[in-house]
Design a protein around this ligand. Structure first.
Ligand code: ADP
Ligand code: MG
Length: 674
């Protein structure tokens, strides 16, 4: 006896050796086996008459066996099996190597189907090593749409196909979907869909099965995210009684909030008035002004006698947030603390820090809000620590654009606020690919910008190359990797190109205190040109800068380049992004071209997707979701399944009336970004 939960090693036809192979494919129960879907189907549904066969055809023939014999070759001593097969139009020889048992399988005068490639030997067409099946039995390997599975070494399509088919025939897969949904959506039932998806009668049937299974994937995802959302909404925390007037504070800001910022702020604050923890994502392109929203929110929390924490992915960013909050709240009597590997202080009402803030010994008294800046930069581990902080509101911020379907699926348990426009008065950043011949001109341009009071970033891909450190004379040329190191570049700029200016160097290997000093000097405009690495990729905000110069630009990803560029153009000053490369072909680089043409993060993300083919732009893999069949671009389907899921959970949040459905969700729990 067996059921869907039976371990595969207990299945007849499997056995220990094969069970091991199947486990390599992630199959450990009968259910896994039946849900191990083909990657594609080979269409062997059409037959060719023997007389019509042509060399190199992948052909399917149906014929009677006239003669079978197996013999040893004289020369290299392997066995050959010959079967002569005829249909109404002619005859052909089928040939197999080293399969002497075939003499017993292929019976004379019986009808078989053969499927294989037509080759030629001694001027005669033949089929070499064709797949064969007896005509009077049901065909699974030939003469139909034949499933092809992802395999592993020592397991053949034929073996896997036979095992799957055997058990598909022996079991009825129970329906787990509520019948109303099946009816409304016109879906096949689960049993039919699974069986058809493996062994479809024809293409329309395959499509129908696919539709059902795609629905399953999306619907289950919706249930998971919505369930997680509802579970959160059932956790009780005290609503925050907002006793302090935020408008007063807003009036003191050096700028007017944009309508989008006001809207986002309103949404976040309305979360606090609910009696359960919020989980909101604030999404807005680089430079759109997310920080001030977080700052005002934390101000409100602190003024209400509660604590807020702000997490940043790098020390540099944590420090920047700390200093700007100190400045912003200097008249507010709010105790702000900084927590990095270099600063371990008492927790303040607002605690700013890196992941150092997540360490166990850091104790909050009444933490009400956690803000995570550049959320995608945090690792899975750090996210899981945050998950354990049950009773605080969570606000994550990201510049990564998410298409609507993904917002509803991957991020479907979050509430979303979007900043669509940037603050007024910003000018479009001029982006140029600069040919090596124009380098001097570019330096002259930079000198002019600095003379006009502006500041400049220079980005280099590597930290340093020990062998070349003292060899400044050669630093202008390209090194082995064709990449200029930041240290070399710094020395070159400071000593040779811009001796009249202050040049600073910032990279990840500096001591935290050195990083702080450099960053502060740059903010205070005591440094004109900051040479750096990707440590300043995210978040860094020095509005007085107007030039972002990137060396070895072709070595960075498009998203990264867009982030770098976002370091400038953060005020009313006209800003420039200059892309350099040691590669003369760089003018044709599609990524750099895309960057020149567009300044819209959303558009660039889509271009990136096109350039890279598929890829994992939105972190789908990381999220633990596995869409094998469904196409996530199907917004309509996503929205419909979401509404079914919502209706269902509203009636029965724990799904106690739908045990099969519950079981399915438990099999693949939600691994979420937050
Ligand atoms: P990001 O969304 O990339 O985190 P920031 O929050 O760092 O962007 O904001 C970018 C710059 O714009 C900062 O210098 C900030 O002070 C400024 N800023 C934010 N909001 C406004 C606004 N409404 N008007 C003018 N400048 C603003
Ligand atoms: Mg930011």
């Amino acid at each position: 006896m067996f059921d869907l939960k039976t371990p595969i090693e207990e299945l007849y036809l499997v056995g220990p050796a094969r069970a091991k192979l199947l486990k390599r494919l992630g199959i450990s129960t009968l259910s896994d086996l039946l849900f191990y879907f083909p990657r594609t189907h080979q269409d062997l549904s059409k037959f060719t008459f023997i007389a019509d066969l042509k060399l190199a055809d992948q052909a399917n023939i149906k014929g009677r066996i006239l003669d079978v014999k197996t013999f040893r070759t004289k020369v290299r001593r392997f066995t050959l099996t010959h079967a002569l097969v005829e249909d109404d139009t002619g005859s052909i020889l089928c040939v197999w190597f080293n399969q002497p048992f075939l003499t017993k399988v292929l019976k004379k005068n019986e009808s078989f189907i053969f499927s294989g490639k037509v080759s030629v030997t001694k001027n005669k067409l033949q089929l070499q090593n064709p797949v064969y099946e007896q005509e009077k039995l049901e065909q699974i390997h030939t003469s139909r749409l034949v499933p092809l599975y992802p395999l592993t070494a020592n397991l053949t399509q034929k073996q896997l196909r036979s095992i799957i088919k055997t058990y598909l025939d022996k079991i009825v897969i129970p329906e787990y979907l509520p019948s109303e949904i099946i009816k409304d959506e016109g879906l096949l039932d689960e049993n039919k869909a699974i069986k058809t998806f493996h062994f479809p009668q024809d293409l329309p049937a395959l499509t129908q099965a696919q539709n059902r299974l795609a629905f399953d994937e999306i619907f289950q995802t919706q249930l998971r995210v919505l369930q997680s959302k509802k579970t959160r909404e059932h956790k009780h925390i005290h609503a925050i009684n907002l006793a302090v007037d935020l408008e007063q504070k807003i009036k003191t800001l050096p700028f007017e909030l944009t309508a989008g910022q006001r809207q986002a702020l309103k949404e976040i604050i309305s979360d606090f008035q609910k009696p359960f923890p919020a989980n909101r994502l604030l999404e807005g392109d680089v430079g759109s002004g997310k920080t001030i929203i977080a700052a005002l929110t934390m101000w409100l929390i602190a003024k209400n006698g509660l604590q807020a924490a702000l997490l940043a992915p790098t020390e540099i960013l944590a420090l920047q947030h700390y200093t700007s909050l100190m400045q912003l709240f200097k008249n507010d009597e709010i105790n702000i603390s900084l927590h990095t590997s270099n600063h371990k202080t008492e927790i303040g009402q607002i605690a700013v820090g890196t992941h150092a803030l997540l360490e166990k010994q850091v104790k909050f008294r009444n933490l009400a809000l956690i803000v995570i800046d550049e959320q995608h930069r945090f690792g899975v581990e750090q996210r899981s620590i945050l998950k354990q902080v049950n009773n605080a509101h969570l606000l994550t911020m990201s510049a990564t654009p998410i298409p609507r379907t993904l917002a509803l699926t991957l991020y479907g348990d979050l509430d979303l606020s979007r900043l669509k426009e940037s603050p007024a008065g910003r000018q479009k950043i001029i982006t140029k690919i600069v040919a090596e011949a124009n380098r001097t001109k570019a330096y002259e341009f930079i000198a002019k910008q600095i003379a006009g009071g502006r500041q400049v970033f220079v980005i280099c891909p590597l930290i340093e190359e020990p062998a070349r450190l003292n060899d400044i004379s050669r630093s202008g040329g390209s090194d082995k990797l064709g990449v200029k190191s930041a240290t070399q570049e710094y020395q070159k700029l400071a000593n040779e190109i811009f001796p009249q200016f202050e040049v600073g160097l910032l990279h990840g290997k500096l001591k935290p205190s050195e990083k702080e000093m450099v960053m502060q000097a740059f903010k205070d405009n005591q440094i004109n040109i900051l040479v750096s690495t990707s440590v300043i990729e995210v978040g860094v905000d020095v509005p007085n800068t107007s030039v972002m110069m990137i060396e070895g630009a072709e070595r960075f990803g498009l998203a990264q380049l867009h982030q770098f560029r976002g370091r400038v153009g953060r005020s009313e000053h006209k800003s420039y992004c200059l892309l350099f490369s040691d590669d003369p072909q760089v003018l044709n680089n599609p990524r750099l071209q895309a960057l020149v043409e567009s300044s819209d993060g959303f558009e660039l993300a889509e271009k990136d997707l096109q350039i890279r083919g598929s890829g994992d732009l939105y972190g789908t893999k990381q999220s633990g979701y596995d869409f094998r069949i469904a196409n996530l671009n199907n917004l309509d389907l996503v929205e419909r399944s979401r509404s079914y899921a919502e209706t269902l959970l509203n009636q029965d949040v724990s799904l106690k009336n739908y045990p099969l459905l519950k079981q399915k969700l438990d099999q693949q729990p939600l691994v979420h970004l937050e």
